[in-house]
Design a protein around this ligand. Structure first.
Ligand code: NAP
Length: 357
């Protein structure tokens, strides 16, 4: 069980007004290790109280202390925080995140801008905590004292979680994946209602290429200060469906060492993830929850499993073309975005990586 840090860390949220930014506010408002000290967004929002700048899309109220806080510009000089959680649009993240790292801040990012750089962890504490070992190389190469640590696309995360134990045991040779992604994955206001109500859109810009490289990186290994992706082949189809929260992914997987549904199920049931992720404040009791009913997982019923941090998996069965097929689902805004970053920060705190001068 990781011990709590001696003090709370001062944290900022960049892109605090958006869909993921709001999830950060919710997760961090009562956090035992972190205290929100700054909120920042675009020039459109800067200068306004948070409650006025953010169109709050939750069923709950904005935490009182946060509602009155002013929204700042994304400027390291204005943002009083030791680490920042970034929910910035990628158009802004590309410049803003390195500016914070150069100013000595740890940046925990949801944006795609630096995800695939070999010296930037695409971190999942249960799966690849050792990827943090590239940070000294990142600092040396980029000549900054801060750091950028990212989490993956919201559809790559459930796939990586379910494949992690299977890759370790049987070796993934290739997999096929089709997604059914919730509308909240497109941010706010996101997809126009007349496009998505009663409909399926078989296209999400840039999504398939992301999935086809991110899972390999997450399941890769560190060598000479760089993350080397796992070598399996991936084919991904991405679809937007009229679901509020929760991305569902259907996977067909072929292994190096042939395995059937029974062995795969046993592996999934047994897996608890990396030891050092267990007991972190945002870590779910079980990162993978196996459902045996023939019609689960379902986003409406299962997205909040483990406070939204568990990946729910079911329908594990033989595949006539590959070895097995299964269905996995995760809350795209919690496990797939803000909750993933918060868990990453907790792992760094538990390792003492937030206490650098
Ligand atoms: P969103 O609702 O559109 O929010 C975007 C945020 O970025 C807003 O706070 C916005 O501020 C800010 N922003 C936009 N342009 C800016 C600029 N030029 N300078 C400073 N701030 C700027 O998007 P989202 O869904 O929360 O996604 C945020 C990031 O997380 C994206 O990179 C996305 O790809 C990634 N992500 C999203 C999900 C998901 O499920 N939604 C999952 C994983 C990763 P204003 O309100 O002031 O415009």
């Amino acid at each position: 069980m990781p011990s709590a840090p001696a003090r709370k860390y001062r944290v900022g949220i960049l892109g605090a007004t958006g869909a993921v930014g709001q999830a950060f506010v919710r997760l961090l408002a009562g956090h035992p290790w972190f205290e929100i000290t700054a909120l920042a967004a675009s020039e459109r929002s800067a200068g306004k109280p948070y409650a006025e700048a953010a169109r709050w899309i939750g069923d709950d109220r904005i935490p009182e202390r946060v509602a009155a806080m002013p929204v700042l510009a994304c400027d390291p000089a204005a943002v009083d925080a030791e680490l920042v959680f970034s929910a910035l649009d990628a158009s802004a993240a590309g410049e803003v995140e390195p500016a914070f790292a150069r100013a000595g801040r740890i940046v925990l990012s949801n944006a795609k801008s630096y995800r695939m750089d070999p010296d930037v962890p695409l971190l999942m504490p249960e799966v690849n905590p050792q990827h943090l070992d590239v940070l000294p190389t990142q600092r040396e190469r980029r000549q900054w004292t801060g750091a950028i640590v990212t989490n993956a696309n919201c559809a790559s995360i459930p796939a990586a979680m379910v494949l992690a134990p299977l890759h370790a045991r049987f070796g993934v040779r290739r997999f096929f994946m089709a997604t059914m992604q919730a509308v909240s994955g497109a941010g706010y206001p996101g997809v126009p209602s007349l496009d998505i109500l009663g409909n399926v859109i078989p296209y999400i810009k840039d999504e398939e290429p992301k999935i086809e490289i991110e899972v390999n990186k997450m399941l890769g290994h560190v060598s000479h200060g760089a993350i080397r992706p796992a070598p399996f082949a991936v084919s991904a189809h991405a679809n937007r469906v009229p679901v509020e929260h929760g991305h569902t992914v259907c996977l067909s997987v072929e292994f190096e060492k042939p395995a059937g549904a029974t062995e795969v199920l046993a592996e999934l049931r047994e897996w608890r993830g990396a030891e050092e992720a267990r007991g972190l404040p945002t870590a779910p009791e079980r990162p993978l929850v196996v459902r045996d009913e023939p019609d689960r997982p379902q986003p409406r019923r299962d997205a909040m499993e483990g406070e939204g941090m568990a990946v729910v998996v079911g329908r594990v069965r033989a595949d006539p073309v590959f070895h097995v097929k299964l269905v996995a689902m995760a809350h795209n805004i919690v496990r797939g975005a803000a909750g993933a970053s918060v868990l990453n920060a907790e792992l760094m705190a538990a390792r003492g990586l937030l206490d650098r001068p």
